[in-house]
Design a protein around this ligand. Structure first.
Ligand code: F6R
Length: 242
């Protein structure tokens, strides 16, 4: 596990964008695993700016997102599909049909999970997976206690996660209770993983992660089992490291 300590959110975003741009230049048909949330927004802004200014092309790139709320469709402003279209895909030259997000409206959610796993395999696996980290150490929507062996599955969100995400919804009651998420085993199959952390509210999870104890109580600690993980974290996120 490689740790890049950076000054702030802007620097974290630039460094992560540089890694993604390099990956796409090296392998123009790369499969990128993507996340949503506040942490990665700056990265997407950097990728969009680079595409406009330097013309890095995503015409052959394929993407798979980590997760989606159950019950929210692509037109719902809080769905992750909507977020991705708005913040990234519409800003690049990537064909929309090559971008994949779990279908939160699928009639058979378990079948949707199996389809998503097959899809990732059919794409040839994920070359580079971008991750944020939850305050409780979750990755994707894999909450504490999730076995590391899980594939894509339906999860009931914890109250902490629902509260953390409530800022995007009219009220806490509007935050969905379930989501589809790639499992920890799915994430660990990626060839390379980049995890980002910014801000004081991530400091506790980061301190636990960097302690090095591998336990399902801290889902992100599964990353210690992966051979190619880069963590880019700012000073605030690392403020509890002795
Ligand atoms: C989002 C995701 C989540 C977030 C995490 C951090 O697709 O899978 O694990 O990365 O909850 O969220 P932010 O960046 O909003 O603090």
């Amino acid at each position: 596990m490689k740790l890049l300590k950076v000054a702030d959110y802007a620097e974290m975003s630039r460094q992560a964008a540089d890694i993604i741009i390099k990956q796409v230049k090296e392998k123009p048909n790369a499969v990128l695993g993507l996340a949503t949330g506040s942490t990665v927004l700056g990265v997407y802004r950097e990728l969009a700016a680079d595409h406009r200014q330097h013309g890095t092309s995503y015409r052959l790139v394929r993407t798979v997102n980590l997760d989606e709320y159950v019950g929210l469709g692509p037109d719902h402003p809080n769905s992750y599909r909507y977020y991705m279209n708005q913040h990234l895909f519409a800003q690049l030259d990537i064909p929309l049909h090559e971008t994949h997000v779990p279908d939160g409206l699928a009639a058979d959610l378990d079948e949707e999970c199996r389809r998503y796993e097959r899809l990732i395999d059919e794409l040839g696996g994920i070359d580079l997976q971008l991750l944020g980290i939850g305050r409780n150490g979750h990755i994707g929507f894999n909450e504490p206690g999730t076995p590391f062996s899980t594939a894509t599955h339906v999860v009931e969100l914890t109250e902490l996660t629902r509260e953390a995400n409530a800022r995007f919804f009219p009220s806490l009651d509007d935050v969905p209770r379930y989501a589809i998420t790639m499992g920890i085993a799915t994430i660990l199959r990626s060839r390379r993983i980049v995890l980002l952390a910014s801000g004081e509210e991530k400091a506790d999870a980061m301190a636990r992660l960097l302690e090095g104890v591998v336990t399902p109580d801290l889902p992100a600690s599964a990353l210690h089992l992966h051979p190619d993980v880069t963590i880019i974290a700012d000073c605030e996120a690392l403020s509890l490291i002795p």
